[in-house]
Design a protein around this ligand. Sequence first.
Ligand SMILES: [Zn+2]
Ligand SMILES: [Zn+2]
Length: 349
Amino acid sequence: MRAAMYYGNHKLEIEDIPEPSAGDGEVKVRVSRNGICGTDLHEYYDGPIFIPPEQPHPLTGKAMPLVLGHEFSGTVTEVGAGVTDVGEGDRVTIEPVYRCGHCRPCKSGRYNLCTSVGFHGLMADGGMAEYTVVPQNQVYRLPDSVPLELGALVEPMSVAYHAAVLGEVNDQSRALIYGAGPIGIGLWFALRGMGLTEIDVVEPSPTRRTSIEALGARTLDPTAVDVPELIADRTDGDGVDAAFDAAGVTPAVVSALECVGERRPLISVAIYDKPIPTPLINLVLRERRIQGTICYTGDDYRAVIALMAQGHYDTTGWVDTIPMSGVLEQGFEELRAGRKMKLLVDPTT
Ligand SMILES: [Zn+2]
Ligand SMILES: [Zn+2]
């Protein structure tokens, strides 16, 4: 079968490798679509970062080289002994998290924080291939109304949904999202799904503003308006109930900390590759807080899949599919240059 094999920095090969088969408790999936994530770009251009170069991961036993891809959907073609929840022909999406099951976070149900967490497609052969094999606890069946293209977006949309939950908001809340990339868009859908109507998306790029506006979002251009001043005006100085940083740049964090109301959170869902200087006195004076967020658990997966089944997520204008043979030129390079927003790889082409 064909697969996108990661050999290290700037080394990704489309090659023929043996087709895997399902062992005990495992499920074999014929991959339909596999999304390219910012993490994949980091691994290719700056990595290896999460991918273990030599030392095999404790839960998967795998190290480089391995098949990339952790955001995918497909159809079950084989199940190993002991698998009862899914069967051949089921359309599924994958929660690509390996967890130990006995560390403190795992025991409290927060396995996204497992002390030896691993990911399918970073610490095991992933979904950028015609077939892949996963443990049965990573498999979620898709309702008939959810197409496989959308199913491949459950993973990134769950990252955003988990962040939205941590914002502790309700349908009366006012929220501010910084960054209109795929996670910013996912935050907007998640918050809308929770019933919020007062949401502004702060985004300096006109093309990104246009695409999220086409979905129905309200935007602010931080190069044209003073966002903290505007929010203060609109809220009689109260500020927003939650701000979300999906931009990961200093101006976003500085602005967000001025906009959040007293005792309310700034939720950080960005990859900060550099330290960010920000006046933390803005945190102290109003008892604001910064809350990090990473990945998701099954609760987020179920919530996103249920919203998708209701037709809540719209991919118009921000999601495209490319052939796996073009993963570098049409995929990584286009995303890196900011010419595309979200790309799904079809491993059969
Ligand atoms: Zn990802
Ligand atoms: Zn654990």
